[in-house]
Design a protein around this ligand. Sequence first.
Ligand code: UGA
Length: 425
Amino acid sequence: MNLAVIGAGYVGLVTATVFAKFGNKVWLVDIDEKKIKDLKKGKIPFYEPGLERLIKKNTAKLFFTTNYKEAIPQTEIIFICVGTPNRNGEVELKYFFSAARSIAKNLKKPAIVVIKSTVPPGINKQIEKIMKKYTKVKFDLASCPEFLREGKALEDTLNPYRVIIGIKRKSVADKLLKLHQKISGKRLVCDTASAQLIKYASNAYLPTKISFANSISVLCDKFGADVNKVMEGMGMDGRIGPDFLSAGLGYGGSCFPKDVAALIRLAKKADYNFEILKAIQKANQVQIDYFLKKIVRLCGGSIRNKKIVVLGLAFKPETSDMREARSIYVIKGLKRRGAKVCACDPVAISEAKKILSGVRFFADPYQALKGAEALLLVTEWKDYRQLDFKKIKRLMKSPVVVDGRNIYNRKRLEKLGFIYEGIGR
Ligand code: UGA
């Protein structure tokens, strides 16, 4: 099939590459000239395991352009994958509407326009109206929300839990089901508003699990229980499930914080006060204060002028993405309390430098830890799971380890002479 994908962010680039892998001819359109120039040279704008290689393998079927005229006229299915960021709590739809207008202006034959961007449920009528202003050509609107995780984008796209197909006409569903046939996972065909709400509801429910685990972690500290064990035990119940119950510093990234905020706002506009979600949001921020209080206590009541080393800056491992990373809030809190902050990350340092000032960055954790008075594990990169703690013990001035992701073995660290605390263990 001839396809076009609008937006060369995570979702767009991965979608385009995967459909090209399955033999389709795919145009990827983005208005960012530098991005397209780089992509033509095989350079991808972010770190995502395996993606660069898969793009290179499929260059014969993948075409990059800034020009809608080049891509749209010959395509049967067009995916809109542009960002819908949060602006003062509102879903910012200007990029989305602009993409819809540009598609409409360049339609030459009937096509299916599939919305992959996260958009407010029920928005299709508005989009249809906008597009019809610019074209007389027939088009169908469909909604196939995206559920990929950064760092696991290819795996999640090739083997998702489910493929949601929101449509108005059965023939459109048939065509989209055919396009997705090489992708595994369950299928759900529904109306477009439901498809759009499935995305928001999922991105609000997973943070609910995380914030719940985090709230229980505080109780674990108080009752002398181990939150990892508590969550393991809870997760054994098939009705609860083991995923997204890792307690720690809470959720970040470009999706959960944005979509939780957006759903609260959308609900308010629909005259519903979504109180549970407000509490989820609050619990996520409170967890940072809880962590900072622990650090200050373990450092003897003050961290003023003390060298504190933060391990991990990206919002989670296997990505260079710093959006809403917990490290930002931790580092700001440390600096407010007068600490001298050093920070390490295997891939996110250049991104972090754009956001954080007054921090010394190190690629090598051992270099950073010389003379440090506390080691804080903030993002659980594999590199930081396998540290040589014997060596670290010799390097640090004071052997305090505060484990924001509960990955280290307490007994082992205490045996080596560290003062160790996780969150809820
Ligand atoms: C999330 C969803 O998982 C995807 O399904 C969705 O497609 C995507 O948002 C999106 O809307 O585009 P992502 O933001 O890449 O994916 O990251 P996750 O792996 O879900 O992690 C989000 C945050 O939750 C991270 O900061 C992570 O550290 C935190 N987390 C995750 C926990 O604190 N505990 C857990 O048990 C799991």
